[in-house]
Design a binder for this molecule. Structure first.
Ligand code: ADP
Length: 395
């Protein structure tokens, strides 16, 4: 079965055609600059072939999806093969979705309602869904939510100590994000370690441009570092992570900065970029720190410390932690960041081994003497979306 995994932004569409149950990627690519005036740009790779970025006519998501489907039919799918289902990344599922869902009118309406909580993301995700429904009538569409894995959090973890009506009437609570990645890594840990999924107790550190830490007990999320929005938690590429909320008021009331500008400062100009004044990209910041840049070094220390504080508190919530697992761009690739995080956790008796320095290694990277094993597991959100879609449409 071929599943086309779709991840739509407001002007972009990333796709992967995944064959299941083989779990092989038949093609992947990207359409950019959709609806910005002028041509959109399309690129795709399959097998040994890498098509360079080229201009196409796609003034909306429907035209972009149609183009992608035709390109796949022409170059990738063989006689008798077809796209059997679409799997869509949807950022916010609110409290409505504990799991992925086959999309019908009711589900689409719910996704639209959840758009209040993710006004930049859900409308773009919906545009992708509607585009697929129009371009390929009759082919099932499945929504896979970034928030769904975290819906098992108990109220004591997801409530904010605000007047209760803000939760009841406005849905203000912790939702958490990167759930597809945290779920994938949790399942992968179960498979790789041989532990039954419902006995897995781990702390997952998804460290990418955006980062979140999740406490998994019995295979389920019991707490996570992101909140109502992806701004909360640890220090990230351009996001501040946790700050005293009164800073926001101080900026507005005492410094006269407009709310929209404060939003931009916290989401786009803070984190690695804000403190280092070098870059939002970990590789650049590490490079600058090695070259002696004190602010770059400082933000790396702050990042490791902020991650360690979450890991430490989550480990202490679990009866026994099977592993601390690192994933995503930084978590998988930066041996240094793993060392710094573990170095901050003096009380946990963590000891990294030689494997920590082995590039591309997946599995346990701690020394046998480490009191808690430390693992690296590459995430694969597209595969997780394809697997969820496959599961639902095969029923
Ligand atoms: P996204 O959240 O956009 O999916 P990724 O998971 O791809 O992001 O992570 C991107 C981050 O990973 C960037 O900060 C990048 O610098 C970092 N990264 C990628 N490769 C390396 C590496 N070899 N060493 C250190 N950091 C890396």
């Amino acid at each position: 079965m071929f599943i086309l995994v779709i991840n739509c932004g407001s002007s972009s569409l990333k796709f992967q055609l995944i064959s299941l149950p083989e779990r092989t990627v038949a093609a992947k690519g990207l359409v950019e600059r959709i609806g910005l005036g002028g041509d959109a740009m399309f690129k795709m790779s399959y097998g040994e072939t890498k098509l360079p970025s080229s201009p196409i006519k796609a003034s909306n998501h429907t035209e972009a999806v149609s183009y992608v489907i035709e390109a796949l039919k022409k170059d990738v799918l063989k006689e008798g093969q077809k796209i059997d289902a679409f799997g869509h990344r949807v950022v916010h599922g609110g409290e409505k979705f504990f799991s992925s869902a086959v999309i019908d009118d009711d589900v689409l309406k719910c996704i639209e309602e959840c758009g209040k909580l993710a006004p930049l993301h859900n409308p773009a995700n919906m545009a992708g869904i509607v585009a697929c429904q129009k371009a390929a009538p009759g082919v099932p569409n499945v929504a896979v939510f970034d928030t769904a894995f975290h819906q098992t959090m108990p109220p004591k973890a997801f409530q904010y100590a605000l007047p209760y009506k803000f939760y009841k009437e406005n849905g203000i609570r912790r939702y958490g994000f990167h759930g597809t990645s945290h779920k994938f890594v949790t399942r992968a840990y179960a498979e790789m370690s041989g532990k039954p999924l419902d006995e897995v107790n781990i702390v997952v550190c998804h460290l990418g441009n955006g980062s979140s830490i999740t406490c998994v007990k019995g295979g389920k999320c019991v707490d996570t570092s992101m909140g109502l929005t992806p701004l909360a938690g640890v220090v990230m590429g351009t996001r501040s992570g946790d700050i005293d909320p009164a800073i926001v008021l101080y900026m507005i009331e005492n410094l006269g900065i407009a709310p929209a500008e404060v939003n931009k400062i916290l989401n786009k100009q803070s984190g690695f970029l804000g403190v280092s004044e070098v870059s939002s990209d970990m590789r650049d910041v590490e490079g600058a720190a090695e070259g002696g840049n004190a602010q770059a070094k400082l933000v790396l220390e702050m990042t490791a410390y902020s991650i360690a504080k979450y890991v430490g508190s989550y480990v202490s919530l679990l009866p026994k932690t099977d592993a601390i697992v690192f994933t995503a761009g930084i978590g998988e690739n930066s041996a240094e960041m793993r060392e710094w995080v573990c170095g901050n956790l003096a009380g946990l008796g963590l000891e990294l081994g030689e494997k920590n320095r082995e590039r591309g290694f997946a599995g346990c990277v701690s020394a046998p003497s480490s009191k808690i094993p430390v693992w690296v597991i590459p995430t694969n959100e597209e595969l997780m979306i394809a697997l969820e879609t496959y599961e639902l449409v095969s029923k």
